[in-house]
Design a protein around this ligand. Structure first.
Ligand SMILES: [Zn+2]
Length: 503
């Protein structure tokens, strides 16, 4: 089906290969005994924040030691990444090693009184614009920021903590949470979820190493990507947390399943370059040949995750067979997010539900449903409340358009959905919802037995689709006014897109 192919071919990512087993660059300052599971297990966010502060001290100590040896962090990192395969593609797409967030010093904001309530978006925006000014003025005055890790201050801590107490709610506002945590939504969310699910205690995880691993993951997302950035990863992780709590699934999940689900969600798009697989193939990117044009981005996300797990030594205390199994299962989960494999997963899910032969006590079936849960979490944007859903839609289209601009610049054929002049946001979204999101979420609802969350998601999905149809109708009316030509006003997106692209 051409329309479906359009969507299947237009949503793929990429990362850099880095197998650095045994690398202890970020582990040298850690004091495992200080942050072991027993101490962390009972903690809530303040405990996590205290531990994070201690981790920061430890990390600074490690950096200082590196400097004493005459090795700056970057120099050392470049040595460590000498074998890294992430290079520039022939079309000039830059692949950065770490995302970089603007330096924001929260200390100046400590004077504000904590009200105990979530601040309004306007208030947060105002504070952050002040911070941006402060940062800019420091740079203008030649003051080089010293700390690279930003910590929650008491003001924001209270607001973020309040949000985390409702992390299982479907209307959780990840954009606000990201602002409250100063761009550290992924690290803060994962620390909280690992703690609240009892994973730190169960697996005897070292909080220093856990934090170091999460920082590696968060920073390997490209903050300049409008869509495939760390906030998307945090959003998918929050959705995954909601799905793991679905009674049908929760009753059979082990701590290992929960840890795999959360880790896979957090890292499933790490180091995404902001362009899709067809782009990497046609520009002869080295990753395309490395993975022989098959699930190029997903393979890269998985391999990068393994590299960071080994680098942080987070699971180094577990038996080798266990860590090998974790690495394999993470691969199976992350690779399932390849949108090109949508039909394969959907058909199998439909068959299981039709035949009533899904046995979740069977580890293979349970693992399959974890894959489906992650796939749902990855494309759940249209099932969120309109305000958030719309933001995500605009972001993903902006990323498509940037790819289209790049293709235009390098005189390549512009990929489907990437032409800003022809592919409008409403038409892209209606096609995406109709051919990708609805079929999957209808089956998911079937699996959950029409749980309240599933009903809620389908309700948002239908309302959001109606809103996009309304916007499409308006666009058609406008273009009709301007051109004087008759246009279809029934909201059918096929009328505004290239032939064969959207039905
Ligand atoms: Zn994703």
């Amino acid at each position: 089906m051409p329309a479906q192919d359009t969507f299947l071919n237009s949503a793929a990512p990429f990362k850099g290969w880095k197998a650095r087993e045994g690398d202890q660059l970020f582990s040298s300052g850690g004091q495992p005994g200080d942050f072991t599971a027993g101490r962390a297990a009972a903690g809530d966010l303040p405990d996590v924040a205290r531990m994070v502060k201690r981790v920061c001290k430890a990390s600074n100590g490690a950096q200082a030691r590196l400097k004493q040896r005459g090795i700056s962090e970057n120099e050392d990192a470049s040595e460590n990444f000498a074998g890294d395969a992430r290079l520039r593609s022939p079309a000039g797409v830059l692949s950065e090693r770490r995302g970089s967030y603007p330096f924001i010093d929260f200390r100046l904001l400590n004077n504000t009184t904590y009200s105990g309530e979530i601040g309004t978006k306007k208030k947060v925006k105002r504070l952050l614009s002040f911070q941006r000014y402060f940062h800019a003025s420091r740079l203008l005055r030649g003051i080089v920021p010293q700390a690279s890790l930003h910590l929650l201050d008491e003001d924001y801590l209270g607001q973020a903590r309040h949000m985390l107490s409702k992390v299982g709610m479907w209307n959780f506002d990840i954009f606000l949470f990201d602002r409250l945590t100063n761009g550290n939504s992924l690290v803060t969310l994962l620390c909280h979820l690992f703690n609240s699910h009892g994973l730190i205690h169960h697996f005897h995880l070292d909080m220093v190493k856990l934090h170091q691993f999460l920082v590696l993951v968060q920073e390997d997302y490209h903050s300049q990507n409008p869509y495939h950035n760390a906030v998307h990863a945090a959003d998918v992780t929050q959705a995954m947390h909601c799905y793991l709590k679905e009674p049908k699934l929760a009753s059979v999940l082990t701590p290992m399943d929960i840890m795999l689900g959360l880790l896979a969600a957090a890292a499933h798009d790490v180091d995404h370059p902001g362009v899709n697989q067809p782009f990497l193939i046609k520009t002869k990117h080295h990753l395309a040949s490395l993975y022989q044009n098959v699930s190029v981005l997903e393979n890269h996300h998985w391999r990068s995750t393994i590299g960071m797990l080994r680098e942080s030594r987070l699971l180094a205390h577990l038996p080798k067979e266990v860590t090998q199994d974790i690495e394999q299962q993470l691969g199976a989960l992350i690779l399932a997010t390849d949108i090109n494999r949508q039909n394969e997963f959907l058909s199998r899910l439909k068959a299981h539900l039709h035949n009533h032969d899904l046995r979740l006590e069977d580890s293979e079936h349970k693992h399959f449903m974890l894959q489906i849960a992650l796939k749902c979490a990855d494309i759940c944007n249209p099932c969120r409340i309109w305000d958030m859903s719309k933001q995500w839609s605009e972001r993903v289209c902006e990323e498509f358009y940037r790819q289209g601009d790049l293709e235009r610049t390098f005189e390549l054929e512009i990929s489907p959905l990437c032409n800003q002049q022809k592919d409008t946001i409403p038409s892209i979204q209606i096609g995406f919802m109709t051919y990708i999101v609805e079929p999957l979420f209808e089956e998911w609802a079937h699996f959950t037995g029409d749980s309240p969350l599933s009903e809620n998601m389908l309700c948002h999905l239908r309302k959001n689709k109606a809103k996009w149809r309304g916007l499409l109708h308006k666009q058609h009316s406008k273009s009709s006014d301007h051109s004087g030509q008759m246009t279809d006003t029934d909201g059918n997106p096929s009328q505004t897109s290239k032939e064969g692209e959207v039905p």
